[in-house]
Design a protein around this ligand. Structure first.
Ligand code: AMP
Ligand code: GLY
Length: 426
């Protein structure tokens, strides 16, 4: 079988690695890919938003299955283009990817179908949002409706901050048209957990849990990033919480989308907040998480290509997902200065330290080859994700931090407290 992956980050590297394990697969392509991904896949220089070119490539190469990793193409309707061309593709259509693409849509869906989430209001006019703030309790959360690279969420402690936030999103258009509409929602406190799932339109199968670290600095300080590290499973995601979510959130979301005529096939990523009153949905994503994928897939025992196919074919009820009884930690090695400004183009050394070592992985996010076609260079804010397995979270964390020392490059930066919360869980 020939598999084509669309995307270029650490998530897509992890997907390509996992697809490469499948005995069904003889050839993998990835567009646009990155230097690390080229170990498993032939990288094709077509951008992730060039739907027609991507579909034409898939037809030319007689690709059997295309997997879309990223949110932008999904929300933009890449799956509809592939299906129109008669190509088999894993991911939600445009009318279902709206679950991630519009926060107003997802909040209204949760309200209509009684799926637990924070109380909220939506606004299309800044003056209405400002008037609402006058009577609201602080802190409060402002969210741009559309995609904003995970940065369109503002947590405002005071009324002044909230007023400035409305101006930033709706008047200054800091995130462009993503801020044409905003959601203002109740501030919640608790532990955050990421739960990924496979969905075939009717059936949902839950993967193991994970937790991300979004802030740039140790102790959750500094700016929000794409994610500085993850661990899996989350010790805070107990059986009781899992039972509650299965009863009130997971299947309810899939059924709600079907009832709306927006059958969802692909990945639903549930961003949950474990509040004192029980689990609440913070957000939905319509794709694998990055860097959650880098800790979840190394623990998955199934042939992922079989699971992808079952989702597309609507036979997921016949699949049993299996995860190893172990743990994984991923530490992101970034360029110092990320997420604001940073230098790139530094040579990376020590990557060969991973070869042949079971339970250690290095997933490339922002790397490229130097002109010699061999040397890896840094080429982004997040450069690498170093994942290690262990029998438990503590061992996985020790292993992952040890492996971060094998790699060096100019301006290497990482957090030193990924998985620190594990200690609190006892
Ligand atoms: P989102 O993109 O909706 O997941 O929001 C990004 C981050 O903002 C989340 O991971 C939370 O840390 C935080 N956040 C979002 N909504 C809320 C909320 N209602 N209360 C507290 N924190 C929130
Ligand atoms: N790690 C969070 C995300 O992928 O959105």
């Amino acid at each position: 079988m020939k598999v084509f992956i669309v995307g270029s980050g650490g998530r897509e590297h992890a997907i390509a690695w996992k697809v490469a394990q499948s005995p069904k697969v003889d050839k993998i392509y990835c567009a646009p890919g990155n230097a690390g991904i080229s170990e498993f896949a032939e990288c094709v220089p077509i951008g992730a938003m060039e739907f027609e070119r991507l579909a034409a490539f898939a037809k030319e190469q007689a690709i059997d299955l295309t997997v879309i990793g990223m949110d932008d193409p999904l929300v933009g309707g890449i799956v509809d283009v592939f299906e129109r061309e008669g190509l088999k593709v894993f991911g939600p259509r445009k009318n279902a990817a709206i679950l991630e693409g519009s926060k107003a849509f997802s909040k209204d869906l949760m309200k209509k179908y009684h799926i637990p989430t924070a109380a909220y209001e939506t606004f299309c006019r800044a003056e209405d949002a400002l008037a609402y703030l006058e009577t609201a309790d602080m802190p409060i959360v402002l969210k741009a409706d559309g995609l904003a690279l995970g940065k369109g969420v503002l947590i405002c402690k005071t009324l002044e901050e909230a007023r400035a936030g409305v101006k930033e999103l709706m008047e200054d258009k800091k995130f462009g048209s993503a801020g044409d509409q905003i959601v203002i929602e109740e501030f919640m406190t608790g532990r955050e957990v990421s739960v990924l799932s496979f969905v075939d339109g009717k059936t949902i199968k839950i993967m193991t849990s994970a937790q991300d670290h979004k802030r740039a600095g140790d102790g959750d300080t500094g700016l929000n990033t794409g994610g500085m590290g993850t661990f899996s499973p989350s010790p805070f995601y107990t059986e009781e919480i899992d039972r509650f979510c299965r009863e009130h959130i997971y299947q309810a979301t899939v059924d709600a989308m079907a009832a709306e005529g927006r059958e969802f096939k692909g990945i639903i990523f549930f961003g949950l907040m474990l509040t004192e009153k029980g689990p609440r949905v913070l957000e939905y994503n319509a794709r694998f998480g990055d860097p959650e994928t880098q800790v979840v897939l190394p623990r998955m025992e199934n042939d992922i290509v079989e699971v992808f196919e079952a989702c597309v074919d609507g036979t997921l009820d016949q699949v049993e997902l299996r995860f190893a009884d172990n743990a994984a930690v991923c530490v992101v090695l970034a360029s110092d200065g990320y997420p604001v400004s940073y230098k790139k183009g530094f040579p990376i050394s020590g990557l060969d330290g991973f070869s042949g070592k079971d339970g250690y992985y290095v997933f490339h996010a922002g790397t490229k080859f130097a002109e010699d076609g061999k040397t890896f260079l840094t080429n982004g804010g997040r450069v690498l994700g170093v994942t290690a397995l262990g029998k438990d979270l503590k061992e996985a964390r020790e292993n992952a931090y040890q492996a971060t020392e094998w790699v060096s490059f100019g301006n290497k930066y990482m957090r030193h407290d990924i998985g620190k919360a594990i200690d609190e869980a006892g």
